[in-house]
Design a protein around this ligand. Structure first.
Ligand SMILES: [Zn+2]
Ligand SMILES: [Zn+2]
Length: 151
């Protein structure tokens, strides 16, 4: 098996090898063309000219970055969960307002007011100002029909 070893002594086996003995660097996937056996990618952790100090610094940097990313992801998950919880609480509040409005016989069109979680329980004597006239007429019409068709 073809392996690449870093200056710090850790090594990885090449995952991709070719019939002529070439392979892809297991650290950076850079092609290593036979008869060369070391990675020549200057950004690779396994570059033979890299000093131990430099590799330690690079890995510390990567670890810090990965920790930063996972902290950020954890924060993001918390934010998303909190937002979903707030949204569900709001839907629950809306359902309760609708139930209360129905219980009081209040107008559902006028129930939710502008602003955050504001409601008014209004009982109109006549037509709701928010009800389209056509709809109102249809209601009146069907009401009249049902009265007229009653024996
Ligand atoms: Zn490499
Ligand atoms: Zn209304």
């Amino acid at each position: 098996m073809t392996t690449i070893t870093t200056v710090l002594g850790d090594s990885r086996e090449a995952k991709r090898t070719y019939p002529d003995g070439s392979f892809d660097c297991p650290y950076c996937t850079y092609p290593i063309i036979a008869p060369v056996t070391q990675c020549s990618n200057p950004w690779c952790e396994a570059h033979p000219k890299l000093s131990a100090e430099a590799l330690i610094a690079i890995r510390a940097d990567k670890a810090a970055h990965a920790a930063e990313v996972s902290r950020w992801e954890a924060m993001n998950r918390i934010r998303i969960a909190a937002a979903a919880q707030r949204a569900e609480a709001h839907r629950q509040w809306e359902r309760e307002q609708v139930a209360e409005a129905k219980r009081r016989g209040a107008c559902l069109r006028c129930l939710f007011q502008s602003g955050w979680e504001r409601v008014k329980f209004i009982r109109h004597r006549g037509r709701c100002p928010k009800q389209p006239l056509t709809e109102h007429n249809e209601e009146l019409f069907s009401f009249t029909i049902s009265r007229e068709t009653k024996p």
